[in-house]
Design a protein around this ligand. Structure first.
Ligand code: MG
Length: 234
């Protein structure tokens, strides 16, 4: 059985901090991108959130940190038979549901048919319920929750490589550290080789070359290219 993986979205795939900073640039009178949301005063932050909630489909407007790596994740997922769940606690905005907005955004980055769970409760609970093997999250507390409440391992996405305190805290708890999605995928590929059904690097290489065969027919990599979908009734 392939690995079962959970990916947090904001801070891992999507650059939420820059988008939030940009969303309230005129509230604090500075240029977009010059402030992190972490530095915003509480009053401005609340006003920014009110604005975001009123902006139709705001969650589709975020930038990806590493767009090519989301497509790489899809490719690895298909080839290695991983089961991937995207996890988020995003609040709703005007427009489509958080789930549809998030699915739309992930698919636009090259990961087709994403499973998105919009779960406001504990990450550990959902990691346990979904029997995840590994969760990637940019919040230390969520990583601690996952390893404490489930059998999942956790990888902390620490994009601020100067944050030695968090680095040390996570390491002491047995939480892995990565600073990019590319690095996280490298680690997961190594994990897959170690614990997956494949018996080693050679078998793994063989799998890459025999991904689709007569005995192992697989669906097209891009399901949208196969045929037009029926139009839903209005
Ligand atoms: Mg996050």
């Amino acid at each position: 059985m392939g690995l079962r993986l959970g990916f947090d979205i904001d801070g891992v795939l999507a650059d939420f901090q820059t988008a939030l900073g940009s969303a309230c640039q005129d509230l604090i009178g500075i240029e977009a991108g010059l402030v992190s949301a972490r530095d915003l005063p509480t009053v401005e932050l609340k006003r920014a959130w009110r604005r975001i909630i009123r902006t139709p489909n705001w969650w589709t407007t975020l930038s990806a940190y590493e767009p090519d790596q989301i497509a790489r994740l899809y490719d690895l997922t298909r080839r290695n038979r991983w089961e991937v769940f995207f996890l988020t606690k995003r609040p709703p905005t005007v427009g489509d549901t958080v789930q549809v907005q998030t699915q739309w955004w992930i698919e636009s980055q090259g990961f087709y048919l994403p499973s998105v769970a919009t779960v406001p409760s504990s990450r550990g609970e959902i990691a346990q319920a979904l029997r995840l093997d590994l969760v990637v999250d940019d919040q230390f507390v969520e990583c601690v929750d996952c390893i404490g409440s489930s059998a999942a391992k956790a990888l902390l996405m620490l994009r601020d490589t100067a944050d030695q305190a968090t680095h040390d805290q996570a390491t002491s708890q047995g939480i892995g550290i990565v600073s990019t999605l590319a690095e996280a995928l490298d680690v997961i590929e190594q994990l897959d080789t170690l614990v997956g059904s494949k018996s080693g690097a050679l078998a793994r290489l063989k799998n890459w070359f025999s991904f689709a065969t007569e005995d192992n027919p697989v669906l097209p990599m891009n399901p949208r290219e196969t045929r037009p979908l029926p139009t839903p009734r209005s």
